[in-house]
Ligand binder design. Structure first.
Ligand code: HBI
Ligand code: FE
Length: 291
């Protein structure tokens, strides 16, 4: 499917392709190994145990690019989810529809050696190493499913922007508090060498207790590490805050309010750690538009 066709895609099947696992070169598998080994050692002691359990349960390891068919045979048995191959970023409607069907869309291409640290579009390392392991966790998987269902409603209400913020501050950049300390679970951190080290070693960012309304009000910048992270206590929290609540009415409420930047702390915030802001003094003015 071409990039142009992706934009025009209306139905689910238009977006699903064959992973064609046999076509990965030995260099592709070697890049996977480099990324995997470097990232696993960076995450040591910093990532939620549920994530590591998922890697193991799915057989995702250093050997090479995972074969979706083999991975799915395990994943289906655990939570009923499966990974489907897509040609890259797909439109919101089929994206949400897939999640509502317990299908996780993953890109199939792998970055080049020149892009080991950063690339704009999600590749198979981000999608599979970053996102897929936690789909073995029943509470997290249930949240992803509900996220898809709410997403479909949000399209009708022209509220996809709020879904994107929720996605950003949970699925992509979420942290979870454990007895031993705050751990990483968001795929954007898990799959990023730079941001995983920043989260582990740099005290610049705020850690705020996760609050749904607060997250929906908070914009984000896509081109740098986060200035605020939102911290859950348990994976069940993610689903629980959506349940029994008129989310569309909440979107309408938030729509009328100004967007918060990730730099500020509000009087009502539950602050787990106030960031030093040092990183932002060192690299000021590099920000793109607040989303
Ligand atoms: N497509 N492949 C892919 N991956 C995503 O994370 C994704 C997408 N399309 C749309 C989208 N995300 C966003 O609309 C939502 O996260 C809000
Ligand atoms: Fe992602």
């Amino acid at each position: 499917m071409s990039a142009h066709a992706v934009l025009a895609a209306q139905t689910l099947d238009d977006c699903i392709i064959d992973q064609n696992w046999g076509r990965y070169s030995s260099e592709d598998h070697a890049i996977w190994r480099t990324l995997f080994e470097r990232q696993l050692s960076t995450l040591k002691g910093q990532v939620a145990q549920e994530y590591l359990d998922g890697l193991e349960a799915l057989g995702i390891g250093p050997d090479g690019v995972p074969d979706f068919a083999k991975m799915n045979a395990r994943l289906r048995k655990i939570t009923g989810w499966e990974v489907v191959a897509v040609p890259g970023l797909i439109p919101s409607r089929p994206f949400f529809q897939m999640l509502a069907n317990r299908q996780f869309p993953a890109g199939t291409f792998i970055r080049s050696r020149a892009q080991l640290d950063y690339l704009e579009e999600p590749d198979i390392f981000h999608d599979v190493f970053g996102h897929v392991p936690l789909l073995t966790n029943p509470a997290y998987a249930r949240y992803m499913n509900e996220y898809g269902r709410i997403g479909l409603q949000a399209i009708e209400r022209k509220a996809v922007k709020f879904l994107a913020r929720l996605n950003w501050y949970t699925i992509e950049f979420g942290l979870i508090r454990k007895p031993e300390g705050v751990k990483i679970y968001g795929a954007g951190i898990v799959s990023s060498y730079g941001e995983a080290k920043y989260v582990a070693q740099d005290a610049s960012a705020h850690h705020l207790s996760f609050d749904l309304t607060r997250v929906l009000r908070t914009g984000y910048y896509i081109d740098d590490f986060q200035a605020s992270y939102f911290v859950i206590e348990r994976f069940e929290d993610l689903f629980d805050v959506l349940e029994g609540r008129d989310i569309m009415a909440l979107f309408d409420e938030v729509r009328g309010e100004p967007t918060l930047t990730p730099f500020e702390i509000l009087a009502g915030d539950k602050v787990i750690r106030k960031g030093s802001g040092e990183y932002w003094r060192e690299f000021p003015g590099t920000k793109t538009k607040l989303k």
